[in-house]
Design a protein. Structure first.
Length: 175
């Protein structure tokens, strides 16, 4: 709900890109993602598969929190995310809230095409798995988000391994 409330033109693709940037930036800093979503490398960029599968038929928890609103745009219909309830920040850390804020301020007015460049950066996690199409629909691991040159790389990856094993989805929603 955060991104739906704090950005404009927040449709399916933009939301996928914002969640990816949030998760992989947070992982690079802390060794854990915010949403615990798994992403796949698709031609359009990284895609959180669970969100894509639920998009057309929102399950009760998600359907209570958001609605998908069609918007006519010249020659196609964009599906925008509209919050039904206010964002609750109690499930998020200060760092997570700062990252969501920074992303929403920086990318508030961006449409889909500029965001593609952000998420498909050369030698970034998506690019490493996509590999010119050879990694189509393969899972994007979080580890490549941490640079080899990061002096804390081993510690960050160690945290990620321990935390991801014991962590499920949270009560809050960055959607």
């Amino acid at each position: 709900m955060y991104f739906a409330s704090n950005t404009r033109h927040c449709g399916k693709v933009k939301l996928c890109k914002l969640l990816y940037l949030l998760d992989f930036t947070h992982f690079r800093e802390t060794g854990r993602s915010v949403t615990a979503l798994d992403y796949q490398a698709w031609k359009i960029g990284p895609v959180p598969l669970d969100l894509m599968q639920e998009w057309d038929e929102l399950e009760s928890g998600m359907a209570d929190a958001i609605e998908i609103v069609p918007e006519n745009v010249i020659d196609f219909i964009r599906e925008l995310v509209a919050p039904k309830v206010a964002f609750n920040d109690s499930s998020f850390t200060r760092r997570e809230l700062r990252l969501m804020h920074d992303l929403s301020v920086t990318l508030a007015d961006e449409l889909t095409n500029p965001l593609i460049g952000f998420t498909r950066e050369e030698r970034g996690p998506w690019d490493k798995i996509w590999d010119g199409g050879r990694g189509n629909r393969e899972r994007i691991p979080y580890a490549p988000a941490v640079l080899d040159s990061d002096r804390n790389r081993d510690a960050i990856l160690g945290v990620g391994t321990r935390v991801q094993r014991h962590r499920g989805r949270r009560g809050g929603s960055a959607t």
